[in-house]
Design a protein around this ligand. Sequence first.
Ligand code: MN
Length: 230
Amino acid sequence: MSFVIAAPKQASVPVKGTHLRFPVRRIYCVGRNYHDHVAEMGGIPGREPPFFFQKPADALLLDENFLYPSASNDVHHEVELVVALHSGGKNLAVEDASRHIYGYAVGIDMTRRDLQGEAKKAGKPWEVANAFDHSAPISGITPKADIGLLERASISLHVNKVQRQNSDISEMIWSVTEIISELSKLFELHAGDVIFTGTPSGVGPLQPGERIHAAIERVGELTLQVCKPS
Ligand code: MN
């Protein structure tokens, strides 16, 4: 096939322990999936149906340097378990969902909280708040074949060695398999889709110069340097 311009690069993430990469088709994100985070955002903790939004695949950031984005003075970190799918479908049953998981990664759903607040107030879409360039730093992917199905694992984030977020993925309101099932009712899922599964409490603002360390037990770690844009 011949294109009239050079084809955009396929987004991909390295797979740990290999020289191979996982190609990314779509990034889905889950909002408000830990009770303590719902509470800190001023919501009423409860089991509301999960809601979803997307980031473009090229929002993934594999570089250690996170450039502070434009148009915001209040960029927040949200550490999240990321699930990568090697198959998909529509209307998947919760009991069948785990077989679609290829592996797991540590991700940060970077959020321009000031723009998100304005969008919420005005009933506008979230793209400018959540789907900006490099808004999805991610670690390498650890295959499920190496660690098994992840149902419990500590998840944490430190800024300049001070702990900001600390929880366990078993605290999710909607579990990973429930998320896959619910999402597949709204979108047909495919190999290459990745899902950011929501953040625990402790989200907060970042400043240029700060160093971030995020970790999920058995999955991996992610280190970032927040840089001033040049
Ligand atoms: Mn999030």
